[in-house]
Design a protein around this ligand. Structure first.
Ligand code: NAP
Length: 408
């Protein structure tokens, strides 16, 4: 039994929080509760390199092997069971009890499963962890019939990886276009073109009505429009469900995620939540935002470490950015605020405006525009008129700034 900061979850958010606490000089005990059996690993390769047969199947560690010992960070390989807020105790699945000064919930999210019978059959797979990737990898072989459900980031990255291994890929999206909530129509159209060009069959307005089973395995997918698609494997990428059980059982506010204020603090001043599991509530408007990205996990982790070590007292603020590799297509985007009323396509990028101000930039294989957009939006939101004067080239406006962008 001991005090200190206990971080629950050893993904990008949890490990960064521990690292940053030590970097800021926090001298108390730091414990990271890691639910998975692998040493903490980097998440992006799970839906990219790890699905490629030519790549070593070992996960990419988030930190060097000696890191945790050298920094005095205790990694506990078990699951957190329950938080007793009155006694300030965390109960672990292995029976241990840890006393805390502060808890950081960095519990992430889990993959949503298909709401039809057969969703638990052995060749119906979701993708979130290294073990998921290692289970999927042997299925992605030349000639295999792969049906991907969901036209989000998991679906598109898996479709690319499967095509590269020579599999036949059909992707079913229930909406009328890809990435409806993530990117503009103009960018989505270009992504569609890319995938069709590589031979992925894309079906829109298609929901899975049922799975056809034979001998304990799925052999076909039945869609709501009546199609029957033969399948050797079905990959489900229909979003994530935040892991907020610990917060709920500790009677902390949740709303499809752990609700936090602008200081990333839950209803209990001794408990913060960061990364995929955290829902940040705007005090004035009451709007809530939950982001699932490496940038969000890392920035929120650094912020909480700053807050706990007294390096800041300001509310959390960060510029969201994101990337996705789909074969030889790299999508990068930066989004200051969600929503836009005007799209301007410039070369391989699309500029998004809202009320005459630049709110975001989406780039396809255009890293210099992406980096310039981040520099620009980190600083301020330029007006449509300012950009028009630069022929909508964000690089021109960014050059006028002196402040360098922070690279995570
Ligand atoms: P996602 O990006 O939220 O996309 C899910 C897609 O599936 C949406 O287009 C959604 O459409 C659709 N969908 C939902 N229910 C469906 C159903 N029953 N049938 C057919 N389609 C359905 O989620 P994801 O692709 O599963 O990824 C999970 C998380 O991992 C996300 O947060 C993602 O950002 C992250 N991830 C990130 C990267 C990266 O950074 N490059 C790579 C992989 C994964 P609606 O919009 O209509 O719901």
């Amino acid at each position: 039994v001991r005090d200190g900061v206990v971080i629950i979850g050893a993904g990008h958010a949890g490990v960064q929080a521990a690292d940053s606490l030590r970097e800021r000089g926090y001298a108390g005990p730091v414990t990271v509760v890691a639910g998975e059996s692998h040493p903490p690993y980097s998440r992006p390769p799970v839906s990219k390199q790890l699905l490629d047969h030519t790549v070593d199947p070992a996960p990419t560690p988030l930190r060097a092997p000696g890191f945790y010992r050298e920094r005095g960070i205790e990694l506990v390989r078990t699951r957190a069971e329950r938080i007793d807020r009155d006694a300030r105790l965390l109960h672990l699945a292995d029976g241990r009890v840890v006393r805390y000064d502060h808890v950081v919930l960095a519990t992430g999210a889990r993959a949503r499963t298909l709401p039809v019978p057969g969703a638990d059959l052995p060749n119906v797979l979701t993708l979130r962890t290294v073990d998921d990737a290692l289970a999927l990898r042997p299925h992605l072989v030349a000639g295999a019939r792969v049906v991907v459900v969901g036209g989000g980031f998991v679906g598109l990255e898996v479709a690319s990886a499967a095509r590269r291994q020579g599999a036949e890929v059909t992707l079913l999206e229930r909406g009328d276009r890809l990435l409806r909530r993530a990117v503009s129509a103009a960018t989505a159209d270009r992504i569609v073109e890319h995938h069709r060009g590589t031979g992925v069959r894309l079906g829109f307005g298609e929901e899975v009505a049922g799975l056809v089973e034979r001998g304990g395995r799925v052999v076909a997918v039945r869609t709501a429009t009546g199609d029957v698609l033969p399948a050797d494997v079905v990959v489900v990428g229909i979003g994530g469900t935040p892991e907020d059980r610990l917060a709920r059982t500790a009677r902390l506010p949740t709303r499809d995620g752990v609700v936090v204020d602008q200081w990333l603090t839950t209803g209990d001043p001794r408990i913060s939540a960061i990364g995929d599991c955290a829902v940040v509530r705007e005090p004035l408007t009451g709007t809530v935002t939950r982001l699932e990205s490496v940038q969000n996990a890392s920035d929120q982790a650094r912020y909480v470490a700053d807050l706990l070590s007294g390096a800041t007292s300001r509310p959390y603020r960060a510029l969201p950015w994101f990337w996705s590799d789909q074969g030889d297509l790299r999508l990068q985007m930066v989004l200051r605020t969600p929503g836009h009323d005007r799209e301007v396509a410039v070369g391989r990028s699309v500029l998004l405006f809202d009320g005459g101000l630049l709110t975001g930039v989406e780039s396809l294989n255009d890293p210099t525009t992406h980096m310039a957009a981040r520099r620009l939006l980190e600083h301020a939101a330029p007006t449509d008129t300012e950009l028009a004067s630069a022929d909508y080239d964000v690089r021109v406006l960014a050059k006028r700034l002196r402040r360098p962008v922070q690279v995570a």
